[in-house]
Design a binder for this molecule. Sequence first.
Ligand code: CA
Length: 237
Amino acid sequence: MTEAMHLVLIIEDDQAIQHVLRMLFEGNAFRVVVAQSAAQGEHYARLHRPDIVIVDLGLPDRDGLTVIAAIRLWSPVPILVLSARAVEAQRLAAFDQGADDYVGKPFSAPELIARVRAASRRHVRGDLPMGRLELGEIVVDLGRRVAHHRDKGEIRLTPTEHRILETLTRHRERIVKHADIIKEVWGPTRGDARSLRVYIRSLRGKLEKDPCRPQHILTELGVGYRLVVNCDSAVEE
Ligand code: CA
């Protein structure tokens, strides 16, 4: 797919920002559809099937977070939040609803385009596994980004934990090197081995029966990690 075919849906009520975004995306060979409200945004997402959605959180009819949640129920389309709300809790809430990235206002045009391209690439490469992942008593729904324990119920994964799990899932049953996970989860210039270890520990705490003796997220000493799924859902080597 060439970028000229990419359709971006912008859900934003501020006309000045709409104008700037339209110029920016059209200037970068995207097609653009603009929605003025949450309701119109959800409608256009179904009608136009965009390749990427940019959503403002402060919309006139409803909070933009509800738009993210509504679209996520049926579509894995990349969603970027563009918002003046800089509070950490708001950013986390957006990721919890299924946003792929968060860009603050005022924004830098080159940065926004770079992030949109990165999100599109991840998506077009099929990097968002949509299936079910069985890890012992736990079933992870990768498309909806939720995990369920047979007895304990829903398990919440942070966006970073989820991305690490997605990365391991794409290469499941195979060793994934530390540097490759870091590059896929945080990008080429961010992230480090220490953060990765912290997140792996936290993932094991949530997904392993005995986090000290992991059965699914295995350490390959000095190299990386390997995801082992239940026998019945394992991929043959
Ligand atoms: Ca607004």
